[in-house]
Write a protein that binds this ligand. Structure first.
Ligand code: SAM
Length: 356
């Protein structure tokens, strides 16, 4: 599909999944593409078509290697490669591009990485998990390469002290919830609040619980998931509610950083006024993710990961060569979050998050 930009130029972009294996991830990738009005195709090297159910997933569009190496469609590889440029501030190479993401286990294959005009990465600072779900990574890449072009990373002396607390509010499905928790862990949050009023995470059936949490294997890198409700006391100075259906200024114009800030990401399939979050802090602010495609398919993990990526961009990065500064005592979002928790934290193992 054609997309125009501010200069009136017509751009054509396609999202390509290279060697994606899991049909549910392929379906989520199609939703990522549809959210930004671009085509979606797959290079099927790992049996995706054989596992595909057209009735559940719709038509699967395939693309072969010569089609992908067509010079008319320069490749932008989205990969965890440390040499890649950071996605914030990155642009597309021309009026036509293939944006490629890789399969769950092997990533983008070497032939496409070699052919790429540019490679971009989404900065990660997780302990034990340093990749996003493939569809979530695609949504972030499309957001910054298409919709949020030119939003450069900020510099900060002590980024960790600027990290806001995070509340995932009422995810409607356990896989979307698990994927959003994975994103939080990979972006470096060590604790997240979860309002599980829709009962997809805590106290669910054995099968879902096993899929969602499994047995913890290592203590060191776990992320703490704190149960919360939205009717708690005024613990935070600011509460920012971010989403695509929220009525407010664009998210890149709203300050998301600060340890006294609570960033709330509601699942917007369950509509409701943002006023329901007013008791969580002294000051409530809306922040809108600009998605220009009418009636786009809504997926919680995609929205949540875009919001977290924007928070990470705003928290900032230490200037190159500047050593990590010793943390100042007492300045942490985690202690405030703990005061509004409604129960004991659940520790989730990174090995489990990789399954989302
Ligand atoms: C789950 S990852 C692949 C994991 C990879 N084999 C590994 O363990 O390092 C699947 C795909 O998502 C995309 N992806 C995930 N996290 C990313 C990040 N931080 N930056 C860029 N791409 C990412 C890449 O396209 C990657 O090939």
């Amino acid at each position: 599909m054609d997309k125009g930009d501010a200069a009136g130029m017509t751009r054509r972009v396609r999202l390509v999944g290279d060697g994606v294996e899991n049909p549910a991830n392929a379906r989520a990738l199609m939703d990522s593409a549809a959210m930004f009005g671009v085509q979606c195709a797959f290079r099927d090297t790992r049996g995706l078509m054989a596992a595909w159910d057209v009735e559940r997933g719709g038509e699967l569009e395939l693309i072969d290697t010569p089609g992908l190496l067509d010079q008319e469609w320069p490749i932008v590889a989205v990969e965890t490669n440390p040499q890649a440029s950071i996605v914030f501030g990155a642009t597309l190479p021309g009026t036509q591009s293939s944006i490629i993401v890789g399969g769950e286990r092997l990533g983008i294959r070497a032939d496409l990485l070699r052919a790429a005009a540019r490679t971009v990465r989404i900065p990660m600072s997780g302990r034990g998990i340093n990749t996003l779900n493939v569809a979530a990574a695609a949504a972030v890449a499309l957001y910054y390469l298409i919709a949020g072009r030119g939003l450069a990373p900020r510099l900060a002396k002590r980024p960790e002290e600027r990290r806001p607390a995070l509340l995932l509010s009422r995810p409607q499905d356990h896989v979307e919830a698990g994927s959003a928790i994975r994103s939080a862990a990979a972006f470096g949050w060590r604790t997240v609040g979860l309002d599980d009023s829709s009962k997809v995470w805590y106290g669910v059936s054995h099968v879902v619980a096993a899929e969602g949490r499994a047995a913890a294997r290592s203590h060191r890198n776990r992320i703490r998931v704190l149960p919360m409700t939205t009717s708690t006391n005024l613990a935070f100075r600011r509460v920012v509610v971010a989403g695509a259906l929220v009525d407010g200024p664009p998210i890149h114009r709203v300050d998301l950083a600060g340890h006294d800030t609570l960033l709330v990401i509601p699942d917007e399939r369950k509509r409701g006024s943002i006023q329901r979050f007013k008791d969580l802090g002294a000051w409530l602010e809306p922040a809108r993710i600009d998605i220009s495609v009418p009636g786009f398919p809504y997926r919680y993990r995609l929205m949540a990961t875009i919001v977290m990526a924007e928070a990470v961009r705003q928290i900032g990065f230490r200037p190159a060569g500047q050593p990590r500064q010793a943390p100042r005592r007492g300045l942490t979002y985690e202690s405030t979050l703990s005061t509004v928790a409604t129960g004991a934290a659940e520790e989730v193992d990174p090995a489990v998050l990789k399954t989302f």
